[in-house]
Design a protein around this ligand. Structure first.
Ligand code: NAD
Length: 493
């Protein structure tokens, strides 16, 4: 198996190890064995990164020099392009993305998103004129100026690390903020490369800093508590998101949250290709580890048995065509970690105990490990029928290759079921009648919605969650504006 380059921290313009010399093993999800080593940042390293970011924001012209920002972020993008092979390697070996998924959600979509940010950036407004108004016997000219919020801590997950890191770091830099990137412990390399290439691009010291460590909470908690940090941009689980909001209140931090999901896809009975719509909901891409995946399939009760048969057939056809690290056609590999595997398997057991029936899968498959050692974190593509929306497998985010299929009576019932969720991140509806589908789409309380397969996620449009799926928008012009604050200036004429 590959050994990844050592992942180093990047603090105040310098690549470095942890101050106390600690390192930890980065575990390959394919084998359960070490694939590389990463510096294990401690409190001193996080403190130094915060101090550097604060200095760079307060003492340099980074916040106001738009020309320099665009120039450096463009150069930075070119360096990522030159490192495509390395990025693919990291997605494969750290995040466990199968080769057929590496090119799509992991590297291509992420770099395309960066290009989209650069394309929308010129439309960013730095001022808005509100005109004049009389008050106290004189005329007053009022205008708003939009200023970078300051030091941003970007705390990111392991599932699509390049995509999420770019979503935050590039937007914050373009807005004029300085950044501390804190990737997940499982994917430090995809963070470390932001430091290495920032050094090569020549960013002023402290504008970008990267810290990570084996303790999932240590650096993040410090960033959330520290008054020198102005904004937390967090993507991850709803539980940690709640904690960040609570802890961040101590210093009244700006908080941006992209959290979990349990999105519903509704296939109405008049969908032009009912079988294709049902079968294509199979939750296999990147082993279902996507926040916006449609993990609840809602089908008409009148066609429920037919839908189950379609899925049984589709999963059968998919068969064992997954989990081979060398196969470029495979889109599904292992789940990220032993802990995640145990968590997903416990949901599969829970589903059985709740009375749902397995249409496909249901087993761990350590035999898929390429080294024959059985140490990889593989779970079969799994689908449950006879599910009601009140079951925990229908309500809780499993974050693995597990789809649940739920019947509905009519459109109103489908809308009710889709909305009967603490989450509201994404979703979809398919129908031969576009007006009918649009009516359903408008009625779902969610951040993004796909109608008849419409692609609702891309770098030039905003993405965000409702309810327990978070708050704020990432990507698009809105994604850059998240890092700005409004100052209103009025001048007596
Ligand atoms: P996680 O919440 O466990 O960790 C996310 C990040 O937070 C990691 O960097 C982790 O080290 C850090 N962290 C952990 N405890 C912390 C604390 N107490 N204070 C501050 N930071 C802390 O999530 P995960 O397991 O890495 O990722 C999976 C989750 O991410 C899923 O719930 C998924 O839905 C969500 N996700 C959401 C989106 C989205 O855009 N909405 C995108 C990708 C993933």
């Amino acid at each position: 198996m590959t050994t990844l380059p050592d992942a180093q921290l990047f603090i105040d313009g310098k690549l470095c190890g942890a101050a106390n010399g600690s390192t930890y093993d980065v575990i390959s999800p394919w084998t359960g064995q070490p694939a590389g080593k990463a510096a294990d940042a401690g409190a001193a390293d996080v403190d130094a990164a915060i101090a550097a970011a604060r200095r760079a924001f307060d003492d340099t012209d980074w916040a106001t020099n738009h020309v320099l920002r665009l120039e450096l972020v463009t150069k930075y993008r070119a360096l990522f392009e030159a490192n495509r092979a390395r990025l693919s390697d990291l997605a494969l070996h750290e995040a466990g993305a199968a080769l057929g998924a590496v090119g799509r959600a992991h590297v291509d979509m992420a770099l395309d998103g960066w290009d989209d940010y650069l394309r929308v950036f010129p439309a960013l407004k730095y001022e808005r004129d509100y005109g004049t108004r009389p008050a106290f016997g004189g005329e007053h000219h009022r205008f708003a100026v939009y200023e970078p919020v300051g030091v941003v801590a970007a705390i990111t997950p392991w599932n699509v690390p390049l995509y999420v890191n770019i979503g935050k770091v590039v937007a914050a830099l373009l807005a004029g903020c300085t950044v501390i990137l804190k990737p997940a412990p499982n994917t430090p390399g995809m963070g470390a490369i932001f430091g290495e290439l920032a050094a090569e691009a020549g960013f002023p010291a402290g504008v970008i800093n990267v810290v990570f460590g084996s303790d999932p909470a240590l650096a993040g908690e410090m960033l959330v508590h520290d008054p020198r940090v102005d904004l937390i941009s967090f993507t991850g689980s709803t539980g940690v998101g709640k904690r960040i909001m609570e802890q961040g209140a101590q210093t009244l931090k700006r908080i941006f949250l992209e959290l979990g999901g349990k999105s519903a896809k509704i296939v109405l009975e008049d969908a032009p290709d009912f079988a294709m719509e049902v079968a294509s909901t199979m939750l296999v891409f990147h082993a279902g580890q996507g926040c916006a995946v449609q993990s609840r399939l809602l089908v008409p009760a009148s066609r429920y048995e037919e839908a189950k048969a379609i899925l049984g057939h589709a999963y059968g056809r998919f068969g064992d065509n997954w989990g081979d690290i060398t196969n470029p056609a495979h889109i599904m590999g292992p789940v990220i970690s032993k802990r995640q595997m145990e968590r997903v398997m416990s949901y599969i057991e829970l589903g059985k105990a709740e009375g749902a029936t397995l249409i496909a899968g249901g087993k761990a498959r350590p035999d898929k490990s390429p080294d024959g050692g059985g140490g990889g974190f593989f779970i079969e593509p799994t689908c449950f029928g006879d599910v009601t929306n009140d079951m925990r497998i229908a309500q809780e985010e499993i974050f693995g290759p597990v789809l649940v299929v739920i019947p509905f009576k009519d459109d109103a019932d489908a809308i009710r079921i889709a909305n009967d969720s603490s989450y509201g991140l994404s979703g979809g509806v398919s129908s031969g009648d576009v007006d009918r589908a649009m009516k359903v789409a408008r009625a779902i309380r969610t951040g993004t919605m796909s109608v008849n397969g419409g692609m609702c996620i891309a770098g030039d449009i905003p993405f965000g969650g409702r309810k327990a799926s978070g708050m704020g928008q990432e990507w698009g012009l809105e994604g850059i504006e998240e890092f700005l604050e409004t100052k209103l200036i009025a001048r007596r004429l």
